[in-house]
Design a protein around this ligand. Structure first.
Ligand SMILES: [Zn+2]
Length: 244
C-alpha cells in the first residue's frame, strides 16, 4: 500500500494506545480471576463495569487517581501498535487485507503485553483475534477474488496451532495452550501470504526467542529452567515475516 496508508496505519495504532492499555490492565490477572477494574494501589474504580470496549487509560501509564504505575510504560503501547500497524499497512495489497491484518495486530499487541506481565494469553483475546482475522480474510478472498489464499490461511492456522499444541505436550510448562491459540491466528495471517511466510515466520519466532533467552542467560537475568513468554515472539516473528 502507499505512504498515506502507512501513515494512517501508524496513526490508528498510536490512537489505539489508551484502549490497548485498558485491555492490558483489565486482563493482566491470574488464571480464573475476573478482569480487573480498580487500581491496585488506591482501589479507585478506573475502568467501567459495562461498555468495557470503550474503556481507556492515559498514555502516561499511570492511575488517573493516585498516579501509581499501571500497565505498559508511557507511550510504549502506542509505539508498539503504531509500528506494527505501519508494517502491515506497508505489506497489505488491498483495504480488506489491511483490515484483516490490522484486526490481528490490534489484539496481538495487548496480548504481548499481558503475556509479559502475567505469562498468559487470555482466551477472550486469542479467540476474538482468530475469529475476526479469519472472517476478514474470508471477506478479502471474496472481494479480491483470491479463494486460494483463504484455503492456505485455513490450513496455515491448523498447521501452526497443531505444531504448538504438540510442543506444549512434549514440553509442558515451556509453552501453553494460549500459545497454540495465538498461533492459529498467526498461522492464518502467514498462510494467507504464502507457505514461505508460514515457514519463515515460525523460524523467526524461535530464532528471536532463542536470541533473547540466550541474552538473558548471558546477563544472568535468567537460569536454564526459567520460562520466557512465547506470545511476544510469535507476534514479532509473524510481523517480521509479513514485513519481508
Ligand atoms: Zn490509583
Amino acid at each position: 500500500m502507499t505512504l498515506p496508508w502507512i501513515i494512517a496505519g501508524a496513526a490508528v495504532g498510536v490512537i489505539s494506545g489508551p484502549r490497548i492499555r485498558a485491555s492490558v490492565f483489565s486482563r493482566s490477572t491470574e488464571p480464573g480471576q475476573p478482569p480487573c477494574h480498580a487500581c491496585p494501589a488506591c482501589t479507585e474504580e478506573i475502568l467501567p463495569d459495562r461498555w468495557r470496549w470503550r474503556a481507556l487509560l492515559p498514555v502516561t501509564g499511570r492511575c488517573p487517581s493516585c498516579r501509581a504505575r499501571i500497565g505498559p510504560h508511557p507511550l510504549l503501547a502506542e509505539l508498539a501498535a503504531g509500528l506494527a500497524l505501519a508494517v502491515v499497512a506497508a505489506r497489505a495489497s488491498s483495504v480488506w487485507e489491511l483490515a484483516a491484518l490490522a484486526w490481528l495486530v490490534l489484539l496481538a499487541v495487548p496480548l504481548a503485553f499481558i503475556d509479559v506481565a502475567v505469562r498468559r494469553l487470555p482466551d477472550p483475546l486469542t479467540a476474538t483475534a482468530f475469529a475476526g482475522t479469519l472472517a476478514l480474510l474470508a471477506v478479502t478472498a471474496l472481494a479480491d477474488h483470491q479463494p486460494g489464499h483463504l484455503g492456505r490461511a485455513a490450513i496455515g492456522a491448523v498447521i501452526l496451532a497443531c505444531f504448538y499444541l504438540v510442543l506444549s505436550v512434549i514440553r509442558p510448562g515451556g509453552l501453553g495452550l494460549g500459545d497454540a491459540k495465538l498461533a492459529a491466528s498467526a498461522g492464518a495471517a502467514l498462510g494467507w501470504i504464502s507457505w514461505q511466510a508460514l515457514l519463515s515466520g515460525t523460524f523467526a519466532t524461535f530464532t528471536l526467542a532463542a536470541v533473547y533467552g540466550g541474552a538473558q542467560l548471558a546477563l544472568h537475568r535468567a537460569t536454564r529452567t526459567s520460562q520466557l513468554p512465547l506470545g511476544p515472539f510469535i507476534i514479532l516473528g509473524t510481523l517480521a515475516a509479513i514485513a519481508l
